[in-house]
Design a binder for this molecule. Structure first.
Ligand code: TIU
Length: 224
């Protein structure tokens, strides 16, 4: 029940109890991180989302060694797209990357397709929780909250993609539910670095309006 204190977090020191903390790795899927995926087809440069894979790999190894709860999320839809709002579907088609359309890794953003899979370097281990979500936030239309309550989780360490979209939406949902959240700034990325920077800065406003940020090494060293 010992508390871990990270004095080098921003906007000030972050404390959590590792056995009441979960690492949540958001949407590190081929569709956002691999050539030919949804992200690239939307016209984005995927270099930033690929570059964090080794960083997350180190964070994941540290969390596993510490016995921390690990959660992986995937954004995607049922094969019949019945869980995809017509607005989201229409806008994706307008961008030339229609959800459900065929692509080099199968149907875009559809469960069970290669594009929907988590990148091989970050494959979930047996016993880790996988949350399939139709939206940007990991709580919306999922059983994430139930899973966290089962393990009495009170704090969340967030990483993954993209910082300003799925990471931020999940961060905001979690913050409203009372979780103490830490975003790992070098283990999150956006296609445009300016979006990433803005999303990180927003966390610190008003004395940590959404929680805290830190670089991964601070978290990894804190666990040792
Ligand atoms: N996972 C996630 O962030 N989904 C997105 O659609 N991100 C974009 O930046 N578009």
């Amino acid at each position: 029940n010992q508390s871990m204190e990270l004095s080098r977090a921003l906007p000030y020191a972050y404390a959590c109890r590792p056995e009441r903390t979960a690492l949540i790795i958001i949407d590190m899927q081929n569709d956002f991180c691999a050539p030919g995926g949804f992200g690239e087809r939307l016209g984005n440069d995927i270099t930033p989302t690929r570059s964090i894979i080794p960083v997350i790999s180190d964070v994941l190894a540290a969390a596993r060694t510490a016995g921390m709860m690990v959660i992986h999320t995937r954004e995607g839809h049922l094969a019949d797209l019945s869980d995809c709002p017509p607005s989201k579907l229409a806008r994706s088609k307008k961008q030339g990357a229609g959800i459900g359309d065929p692509g080099p890794m199968g149907r875009i953003l559809v469960r069970g397709e290669k594009g929907h899979d988590i990148v091989p370097e970050l494959t979930p281990a047996a016993g880790e929780t996988i949350i399939d979500k139709p939206g940007k936030g990991a709580f919306y239309q999922t059983n994430l909250q139930e899973k966290l309550e089962e393990k009495k989780i009170e704090s969340l360490i967030l990483c993954g993609v993209t910082t300003h979209v799925c990471v931020h939406t999940t961060l905001r949902e979690a913050n409203d539910r009372g979780y103490e959240c830490l975003v790992l700034e070098d283990a999150t990325a956006a296609f445009d670095p300016a979006d990433h920077q803005a999303a990180i800065r927003m966390v610190w406003q008003q004395g940590g309006i959404f929680g805290w940020t830190a670089v991964s090494s601070v978290f990894i060293e804190g666990l040792r």
